[in-house]
Design a protein around this ligand. Structure first.
Ligand SMILES: *Cc1c(COP(=O)(O)O)cnc(C)c1O
Length: 372
């Protein structure tokens, strides 16, 4: 873009600040231009003859998860709101994929990044953030992470605020957001207007973007949130109560929040499917068999919800497509979800669910497993 505007005299400081901000925006545009879009993988399951399943592989971002998109959006949002200046530290409360993606972008922009994490966070994750030049500020009580991030912000850091801003930081009308990208990639397919798009809810950013975009485009596509059993999104969506709390914890990272996050938009979600942790983990193992590589637990949660929806359509003789996401790389879970000893120590028996999912893949019918 060339500027035809006359240069208006501004105090030197403001002009300098704008020059840095413009440079930071240029770096973010360059990063986006260098990046390829993520693959939309087709999963061919003969038992679902008339139902096409697609999975958007968000693990192929440079930082390994769908949080790459969110981090990029949060930095853009902070810059365009004039909240981020040269030399300013950047802070967020995150012990997971978000901290890794934010640390990566902060390093690219030459900014100091602080991730506020519970002290119980796995050492591996702390090391991942540190390897990208980030600082981990560990707090004893996990409930204190937001207050601690606000404390850093009060001392001058820019709070990226994933949970507060995920729902609005992404341009919901397009700009190659995840929904626009999916629909573009489906253009040559037989059923290019999906029956369902399935995703999880952590910050709620992905579900908000997809739900708004399919309405904006005037599609009949419905949005289903795949949620660990008893999670706050499910509780709040059913009751309409934003004070709802999760009825049980989950081991699936990235989703299954204990409370209703600011970015949880209930009105644009057509269905919520609750998935037991054992089923999500069994499905994560199944994904490795289907795609030849490992994805994380929340991708397994998505697969379970997709198979349940596909079986429903199959039973009614409907045809169409279902799209979901592969949210992050599975290697991060080698020591946990993919480790039989770890599963045993948590009394997570995935065998009944593995058998049930295999049966569904074989005959297209849904098989439930009674809670152990
Ligand atoms: C954040 C996250 C999600 C959920 O995405 P949101 O857009 O935050 O709702 C799902 N899976 C993983 C691995 C995540 O890190």
């Amino acid at each position: 873009m060339t500027s035809l505007h006359p240069v208006i005299a501004t105090p030197g400081g403001a002009a300098q600040a704008r020059a840095w901000s413009n440079h930071a925006l240029l770096l973010l545009r360059r990063e986006a231009a260098r990046s390829a879009d993520t693959h939309l993988l087709h999963l061919d399951i003969p038992a679902f003859r008339d139902i096409r399943l697609y999975f958007k592989d968000e693990s192929s971002h440079p930082t390994g998860s769908l949080k790459h998109r969110l981090a990029r959006s949060l930095f853009l949002y902070a810059l365009c709101n004039g909240r981020l200046q040269a030399g300013q530290a950047v802070v967020d409360a995150s012990s997971g994929s978000t901290a890794i993606s934010e640390a990566w972008f902060a390093r690219m922009l030459g900014l100091h990044f602080i991730a506020v994490m519970p002290a119980c966070t796995a050492p591996r994750k702390i090391a991942d953030v540190q390897a990208l030049g980030g600082q981990c500020d560990l707090v004893d009580d996990p409930a204190d992470v937001h207050a601690r991030a606000a404390w850093h912000a009060a001392r001058g850091a820019c709070h990226l605020d994933q949970f507060g801003l995920a729902e609005r930081a992404t341009d919901w009308r397009g700009n190659n957001n995840i929904a626009e990208s999916i629909l573009g990639q489906l253009e040559q397919e037989a059923d290019r207007e999906p029956e369902w798009i399935v995703c999880g809810a952590g910050t709620g950013g992905t579900s908000a973007t997809i739900g708004r975009y399919v309405r904006y485009r005037g599609l009949r596509t419905r949005l289903c949130v795949a949620e660990p059993t008893g999670g706050a999104f499910a509780q709040g969506w059913r009751s309409g109560d934003r004070a709802a709390r999760a009825s049980r914890p989950t081991v699936i990272e990235g989703i299954g929040r204990s409370g209703v996050e600011p970015g949880f938009l209930f009105d644009i979600v057509d269905d919520v499917i609750e998935v037991p942790d054992e089923a999500s983990i069994a499905a994560a193992w199944e994904l490795e068999r289907l795609f030849g590589r490992r994805y994380g637990g929340s991708s397994g949660t998505n697969l379970v919800a997709c198979l349940q929806l596909a079986a429903r359509m199959h039973a009614r003789g409907q045809r169409g497509s279902i799209v979901s996401l592969l949210c992050d790389r599975g290697e991060r879970y080698d020591g946990t979800l993919f480790n039989p000893d770890w599963l045993r120590s948590r009394q997570l028996d995935i065998a009944p669910w593995s058998a049930a999912l295999e049966a569904t893949l074989a005959d297209g019918r849904w098989y439930d497993v009674a809670p152990g």
